[in-house]
Write a protein that binds this ligand. Structure first.
Ligand code: PLP
Length: 376
């Protein structure tokens, strides 16, 4: 049996090595390292893939979120509603821009922001909602978009974990996550479902005016060369990463299928076990399975994590400390938020190895070792 990893990027690379090496060689030969043709072609391919009018590449997913917020003309003190049960980047950029993060609960089953909690948190100062499609499945976007419309709020989708997931509305129309809100933001961190061989990110919108603003902000607020109209930043996807991503984008759908096969195997192996809740499958969303995350009932979660490690099976806790309990947010009153479900999940979730190259003997071994601890 091959050694088990959370993500196996070496095996994945081996299968596309010829294509990728050729694309890299082309960039090297052209020496168009910044804003080369690979970047514009990747942006075009990505917007086509997502069915969104504009895809604006940038340096990483955190920048994508930050630039999105910068484009909305918010002022210090404006409130932004966000889950606390997420990777810190989602919430950090809100604080960085001197906006006020308003942390709300997630749904216990879906791990995504609870629309009812959003409604309760809205005040006259609320300007935006940042739902996170955590672990690869869409938040309840139809309900969230209706709330946003009713209260005149912007919606920025944190799509870092769910690129390629499809959301079905009640009229049966289907949209890809990241293309539904005012703006979508994603990351190409190597371990993400569409991962570069370094850092990368992108921003999506159907709004022409916003797209122009987002592009300007990512490029020093520049309207034409050496004319800077607004304060921006420097956030670029380099041509080498764009060339690699152009290849990997062609494989994204098959990668998602491979991840779903792993999830199906786990689901079956753990079905009916009263101590294990397998990931909820939303009737409105396909699942990109960036993570396969169990919720444990009456199991020593950290003990399981250590037991698996002793069997050379990696497992991860995403995330051990929710945003509102991070020291970073003490000055924002983080500890004053009462988020029982978030705290509850933080103590019970565990994510198992899932990637595009997993083999059945590995899955059988993981399931067997996990169950032997859970059932003892
Ligand atoms: C990875 C991730 C980010 C940040 O992306 P980077 O490219 O690492 O900056 C933001 N939000 C979520 C939910 C993520 O998983």
């Amino acid at each position: 049996m091959r050694p088990i990893q959370m993500v196996d990027l070496q095996q994945q690379y081996a299968k596309i090595k010829t294509e990728v090496n050729l694309a890299i060689q082309e960039v090297l030969d052209s020496a168009a390292f910044i804003n080369g043709p690979a970047v514009s072609s990747f942006a075009a391919n990505l917007s086509q893939y997502l069915g969104v009018k504009h895809a604006i590449p940038c340096a990483n997913g955190t920048d994508a979120l930050q630039i999105s917020l910068m484009a909305l003309g918010l002022v210090p003190g404006d409130e932004v509603i966000t889950p606390s049960f997420t990777y810190v980047a989602t919430t950090e950029v809100i604080a960085l821009l001197k906006l006020k993060p308003v942390f709300v609960e997630v749904d216990k089953r879906s791990f995504c922001i609870d629309p009812a909690a959003i409604e309760k948190a809205i005040t006259p100062k609320t300007k935006a909602i940042v739902p996170v499609h955590l672990y690869g499945q869409s938040a309840d976007m139809e309900v969230i978009m209706n709330i946003a419309q009713k209260h005149n709020l912007y919606v920025i989708e944190d799509n870092a974990q769910a690129i390629g997931a499809r959301y079905t509305f009640s009229d049966n129309s289907v949209k890809k996550t990241g293309s539904i809100g005012t703006i979508g933001a994603t990351s190409f961190f190597p371990s993400k479902n569409l991962g570069a061989y370094g850092d990368g990110g992108a921003i999506f919108t159907n709004d022409d005016g916003l797209a122009a603003r987002l592009k300007m902000i990512a490029n020093h607020g520049q309207s034409k060369r050496y004319y800077h109209d607004i304060v921006g930043c420097n956030s670029r996807l380099d041509s080498l990463q764009a060339a690699i991503l152009n290849i990997k984008l062609r494989h994204l759908d098959e990668y998602i299928v491979a991840r779903n096969k792993v999830a199906d195997y786990y689901d079956k192996a753990f079905a009916g076990n009263p101590r294990i809740t397998v990931p909820y499958r939303s009737p409105n969303s396909s699942h990109a399975f960036h993570q396969y995350t169990l919720t444990l009932n009456g199991v020593d979660r950290n003990g399981l994590n250590e037991w698996l490690a002793s069997q050379h099976i990696p497992s991860m806790i995403y995330y051990p400390v929710p945003a509102h309990r991070q020291k970073m947010f003490d000055a924002f009153g983080g500890q004053n938020f009462n988020l029982d479900i978030t705290d509850w999940l933080t103590e019970r979730v565990i994510s198992l190895p899932i990637h595009t190259e997993m083999e059945e003997d590995q899955l059988a071994f993981i399931a067997e070792k996990l169950l032997s601890f859970v059932n003892k």
